[in-house]
Structures are given as structure tokens and as C-alpha cells.
Design a protein around this ligand. Structure first.
Ligand SMILES: CC(C)(COP(=O)(O)OP(=O)(O)OC[C@H]1O[C@@H](n2cnc3c(N)ncnc32)[C@H](O)[C@@H]1OP(=O)(O)O)[C@@H](O)C(=O)NCCC(=O)NCCS
Length: 176
């Protein structure tokens, strides 16, 4: 098994097809035939089995966010998934470790994500945080405005030694 990262614009058509199939398998409600929900990520972290099969995926948004006046350079993680046949063997944790190391080596302040079920991330050193959030509301391939709301399942891993702040989190764009 190997884990690599690839810029979005360099993904081949077969890679897009494999990502789309994995997303459909892991998130049955995912829009069919697509590899993004609202907007393209900057890059993907991909886990591949020895035979070349795609078995794990994270979409990564490289973004500035404003955490109560503290500007943070973040990796926003989305669509974290592992193929059902390969679960509970540590691959999900390996993908998060890979993201963390990549972020630490490139001056990223924090990892950020929104989880419906936080347990997996809590086990991997993410902190559940409660912030009022502001973000660009994109839905159905249209920009519909700006939302100000609490986001359930917001999780963070600070990497720069600074504390995460209570208060407003301005995502400075759409939600991950
Ligand atoms: C979540 C996911 C990526 C974990 O991948 P994985 O390779 O099985 O992860 P690991 O083997 O590193 O860790 C598995 C551990 O996480 C726990 N875990 C995974 N999903 C969980 C969930 N939804 N609720 C509670 N615990 C969960 C497992 O029980 C296991 O715990 P243990 O180590 O104490 O035995 C994988 O289950 C998956 O793709 N799920 C479907 C997509 C999804 O829900 N993604 C998260 C979106 S927020």
C-alpha cells in the first residue's frame, strides 16, 4: 500500500473515475459521477493497494481562515474515506498521519474538518470545537449568500503551538 498526494489539475481521467467510484461506495448520497461536492480541492491524498486499486482518499483545501482574529493557514480535509474491505486496519489513521506530516513540513497552522461522527477523529488527536462560523453558502452549483451559524462537528488539530480560539470562525470561502 502506498500513500501519495496529487494536485487536482494533475489527476488523470482513470484517477477521477476511481475517486468517484470510491466516494459513491463510501458515501452513498454523494453526487453520482462527481469527485467534488461544492468546489474542487487543491489536492488529494490517495492510498493505493499493491495492485493499483484506490483504497483511501482525502480531498484537501489549502486555505486561510480567520479564527477570532487569528489568521490561520489551514488544510481543510473533506471526503475522508477508506474502501470497506480495507477498514479497521489503521489505514484511516495512516491517511490522517500523512496529512499531519505534510502540513507540519509545509508551514500549515492547523488541520480543519467537519465530521458527522467525531469518534474516529478524536482517536486521531483532533479536538472538537464549538465556534460560531461564517461561510460562503454554495449549494446546487450556485452561490446563495453568506451564512452565520454554529457548525456541528467542527474539529481541529492545531500544529503551530498556538491555542485554538473561541469566538467566530470565518472560513473565508465555502465550507469544506
Ligand atoms: C472513517 C473511516 C475513514 C475510518 O477508516 P479506517 O481505515 O477503518 O480507520 P482506522 O482503521 O484507522 O481506525 C478505525 C477506528 O476508528 C473507529 N471508527 C471508524 N469510524 C467510526 C465511526 N463512524 N464511529 C465510531 N468509531 C469509528 C473504529 O471503530 C476503529 O476504532 P479502534 O481503533 O478503537 O478499533 C472509514 O470507516 C470510512 O471510510 N467510513 C465511511 C466514510 C466516512 O464516514 N468518513 C468520515 C467522514 S466525516
Amino acid at each position: 500500500m502506498t500513500i501519495t498526494n496529487t494536485p487536482e489539475y494533475q489527476l488523470s481521467v482513470p484517477q477521477h473515475l476511481a475517486i468517484s467510484a470510491l466516494l459513491q461506495e463510501c458515501f452513498p448520497q454523494y453526487p453520482s459521477g462527481r469527485t467534488h461536492f461544492r468546489q474542487l480541492p487543491q489536492f488529494r491524498i490517495l492510498a493505493t493497494a499493491e495492485d493499483g486499486t484506490l483504497i483511501g482518499h482525502i480531498a484537501v483545501e489549502h486555505r486561510m481562515v480567520n479564527n477570532a482574529g487569528q489568521l490561520l493557514r489551514v488544510f481543510g480535509l473533506a471526503d475522508v474515506c477508506v474502501s470497506p474491505d480495507y477498514r479497521d486496519k489503521g489505514l484511516g489513521a495512516n491517511l490522517l498521519d500523512y496529512s499531519t506530516t505534510l502540513a507540519q513540513n509545509t508551514g500549515i497552522d492547523a488541520l480543519l474538518l467537519i465530521a458527522h461522527e467525531p469518534e474516529f477523529y478524536l482517536k486521531n488527536d483532533f479536538l472538537a470545537v464549538e465556534n460560531e462560523c461564517k461561510w460562503l453558502f454554495v449549494q446546487g452549483d450556485q452561490t446563495l449568500g453568506v451564512l452565520n451559524r454554529h457548525i456541528k462537528g467542527l474539529m481541529v488539530k492545531m500544529l503551530n503551538g498556538e491555542p485554538w480560539r473561541a469566538g467566530q470562525l470565518d472560513l473565508l470561502g465555502h465550507i469544506f
